[in-house]
Design a protein around this ligand. Structure first.
Ligand code: ADP
Length: 450
C-alpha cells in the first residue's frame, strides 16, 4: 500500500506555490463577477447596505425556508452585540417541495401565524404589534432592492411550480395577508449573507463569512464603487454592499485553475450538472466521501482490495458519507477500531490493519486538500480587500467546518502557506446563526434606514 499512498499524496497535495497561483486566478474571477452580470463567479449584490452597528435593537421575526425544515424565529436584539432567540421548526414534506409555489409560501404563512399566536399567548409578543420580518430564502434570486427577489431557479431538491421568475417577497406578502399574519416583510436575504451580518454584529472584526456544508459559499462587504455592474443604479460609490459570492462556481466550465484528479472528473461528469460548481465539487461535504469511495472502488477493480469479498455495498454511488472521513481521522485506537466498524457495519467488508491505515491516510489527503482550497478562496477575498496587514476574522459555518477534525487548523495552515507568517492575521471561527439572527439584523438595519 505504501507505493499507492505515495501516488495519492502527489495527486492530492497542493504546494504553496500552486495555492498562490489559484489565489491570483480566484481574485480575477471575483473582479470579473463584480464587473459584469453572467460571469462564472456571479458575485450577487445583496442590497444589504453596510455593516450593522451592533446597537440594533428590538423584536424581529425571521423565517428561514431551508432544505429540510422551515424555521420561524423571534429574535430580540438587545444592542451591544447581544440577542435572544426563540424558534420553532416545521418539517417540510417532499410533496410540499413539489406543490404549487403559492401553496408552499402559504404554508410558511400558516406556520408563522401559529408561532406568533403562541408568542402572544406567552407574552413575548404584544397583542397589537406588527413585527418586521427578515425572510431567509437561500436559492438563487435576482434582487434589485432588499425587499424583492425573483427566483431564478430552484435548487436543493425543490421543484414547486409557478414561482420561478416571480418575486418571492410579493408572493409571501400575499400569504401573510391571506392568514392575517401581523408581520411586515422588510428584507430578503440568503444564509451566507446572514452569517456575515450576524457574525459582524457580535464580532466587528469579522469581514468575511464562509459556509462549508453540503455546498460551499462566501460573502463579504464590498465598496459600491468597486461594483461596476451596479453603476447604472446611481448609488453612492463610497457606500458599501454585501456581496454573496456564490464562489462554489469558481473555475466552472473552464477547468483551468483547480487541480482536478480523475476522481473529481468522474464526480463532475456523472453529476446532474456537469461543468458547474467546480470549486464546490472539490471541497464540500456532498462530495468528499464520494472522492474517497471512487479511489477505493478503483483499487477493488485493480484487485488490490477486498479480494474474495462481496463489495456491492461500497460500489453504490454516494454511499460513503463525508462524516465517515471525520470518524476515520479521529479514530483514537491503535487497531483503528472505528474504521473496522465503518467498513464491516456499513459495507459488510473485512479490513486489515494496513488497509485501515491506508484509508485513514487517504481521508487525510482528501480532507486536507479541501481545507487548503478553502484557504485559497478566503485568501483571494483577503488579498483583494487588503485585509492582510491589519488582519480580520472570518465567520465560518456548516458541518464540514464544525465537525471535521482539524478542518479549521488546515485552513489556517493553508493561509500561512499562501501569505507566510502574516497569514496568522486571518482567523476563522464558528459563526453565528445566519439564517435566524442574521436575517433579523438585516431586517433591523433596513427598518432603521427607512
Ligand atoms: P447544509 O449545508 O445542508 O445546510 P450541513 O452544514 O450540516 O448542512 O452540511 C451537511 C454536509 O456535511 C453533508 O454533506 C454531510 O455529509 C456533511 N457532514 C455531516 N456530518 C459531518 C461530519 N461529522 N464531518 C464531516 N462532514 C459531515
Amino acid at each position: 500500500m505504501a507505493d499507492h499512498l505515495r501516488k495519492f499524496e502527489s495527486l492530492f497535495t497542493l504546494t504553496p506555490q500552486r495555492m498562490r497561483m489559484i489565489v491570483e486566478a480566484f481574485k480575477e474571477s471575483l473582479e470579473l463577477g463584480l464587473a459584469k452580470p453572467g460571469q462564472v463567479v456571479p458575485m450577487i449584490p445583496t442590497f444589504v447596505l453596510g455593516w450593522p452597528t451592533g446597537q440594533e435593537s428590538g423584536n424581529y421575526l425571521a423565517v428561514d425556508l431551508g432544505g429540510t425544515n422551515l424555521r420561524v424565529c423571534l429574535v430580540s436584539l438587545e444592542g451591544g452585540g447581544k440577542f435572544e432567540i426563540t424558534q420553532s421548526k416545521y418539517r417540510l414534506t417532499e410533496e410540499q417541495k413539489a406543490e404549487d409555489g403559492q401553496a408552499l409560501l402559504d404554508f410558511c404563512g400558516e406556520c408563522l401565524k401559529t408561532f406568533i399566536d403562541s408568542s402572544i399567548e406567552s407574552g413575548t409578543i404584544g397583542k397589537d404589534e406588527i413585527l418586521p420580518l427578515g425572510f431567509t430564502f437561500s436559492y438563487p434570486c435576482l434582487q434589485n432592492k432588499i425587499d424583492h427577489g425573483e427566483l431564478i431557479r430552484w435548487t436543493k431538491g425543490f421543484s414547486a411550480p409557478n414561482i420561478e421568475g416571480r418575486d418571492v417577497v410579493d408572493m409571501f406578502r400575499q400569504s401573510l395577508a391571506k392568514y392575517s399574519v401581523p408581520a411586515e416583510v422588510v428584507a430578503l436575504t440568503c444564509d451566507t449573507t446572514g452569517t456575515l451580518i450576524a457574525s459582524h454584529y457580535v464580532n466587528s472584526n469579522t469581514k468575511i463569512a464562509c459556509i462549508f456544508g453540503t455546498g460551499c459559499n462566501a460573502a463579504y462587504m464590498e465598496k459600491i464603487g468597486n461594483i461596476p455592474k451596479l453603476a447604472h443604479l446611481g448609488l453612492d460609490p463610497k457606500g458599501e454592499m454585501a456581496i454573496n459570492c456564490e464562489w462554489g462556481a469558481f473555475d466552472s466550465f473552464e477547468h483551468e485553475h483547480l487541480p482536478r484528479t480523475k476522481y473529481d472528473i468522474v464526480i463532475d461528469e456523472t453529476s446532474p450538472k456537469p461543468g458547474e460548481q467546480a470549486f464546490e465539487k472539490l471541497i464540500s461535504g456532498r462530495y468528499l466521501g464520494e472522492i474517497l469511495r471512487l479511489i477505493i472502488c478503483e483499487l477493488i477493480d485493480e484487485g488490490l482490495l477486498f479480494l474474495g469479498q462481496n463489495t456491492y455495498k461500497i460500489e453504490i454511488p454516494y454511499s460513503f458519507d463525508t462524516a465517515f472521513l471525520s470518524l476515520m481521522e479521529s479514530d483514537p485506537t491503535d487497531e483503528l477500531l472505528m474504521i473496522i466498524g465503518i467498513f464491516s457495519y456499513f459495507f459488510a467488508v473485512e479490513t486489515t490493519l494496513a488497509e485501515r491505515q491506508f484509508f485513514r491516510a487517504l481521508a487525510k489527503l482528501v480532507g486536507r486538500r479541501a481545507a487548503r482550497l478553502s484557504s485559497c478562496g478566503i485568501a483571494a477575498i483577503v488579498s483583494k480587500m487588503g485585509y492582510l496587514e491589519k488582519g480580520c476574522s472570518v465567520g465560518a459555518d456548516g458541518s464540514l467546518y464544525n465537525k471535521y477534525p482539524g478542518f479549521a487548523d488546515r485552513v489556517h495552515e493553508g493561509l500561512r502557506d499562501i501569505f507566510g507568517e502574516k497569514g496568522r492575521n486571518i482567523v476563522t471561527y464558528h459563526a453565528e446563526d445566519g439564517s435566524g439572527i442574521g436575517s433579523a439584523i438585516v431586517a433591523a438595519m433596513t427598518k432603521q434606514r427607512k
